[in-house]
Design a protein around this ligand. Structure first.
Ligand SMILES: [Zn+2]
Ligand SMILES: [Zn+2]
Length: 144
């Protein structure tokens, strides 16, 4: 079964075939800006395993720097899978709707990560909102 993905407004949908070794996370300052968070999370997908299903005309690409561009949905702004080279599609992992069955395998530009991109002492993990159940500390992190 192919895995499916989409943008936040649902205009753009895609699917990918096969399994993947893991996610690449880039901590560089460009990726932090465009994500507004700790960085970009990417699954590298050979082109023949990627298909747009809908909304391809909703894509808008911003060539921010000569070597850096970002493609977003023009309606909702979701960062989208980018077709920057002829061999691979750089799929933004957060747009996947199905489980990937793999974790983060490579952290790149980790030397320039934000100093806050780590757990503070006593960091708490909530299942949903901070008013709800919390995961216990420990390896299994089961909700209490
Ligand atoms: Zn959208
Ligand atoms: Zn980056």
């Amino acid at each position: 079964m192919p895995r499916k993905g989409s943008c936040l407004c649902g205009a753009l949908t895609y699917e990918v075939d096969g399994d993947f070794e893991g996610v690449w996370m880039c901590h560089c300052s460009n990726c932090r800006k465009v994500s507004g968070g700790t960085g970009n999370t990417i699954v590298i997908v050979p082109r023949e395993r990627f298909r747009w299903l809908s909304g391809e005309d909703h894509r808008v690409t911003y060539a921010v720097r000569p070597t850096y561009s970002i493609t977003r949905c023009k309606t909702c702004g979701t960062p989208l899978p980018a077709e920057e080279d002829k061999d691979n599609v750089y799929l933004t992992a957060g747009t996947l709707d199905d489980p990937l069955d793999a974790g983060i395998k490579n952290h790149i530009f980790y030397g320039s990560r934000a100093d806050w991109a780590r757990d503070a002492d006593g960091a708490r993990y909530f299942v949903e909102r901070s008013s709800g159940p919390e995961y216990a500390h420990g390896v299994d992190r089961k909700p209490t």
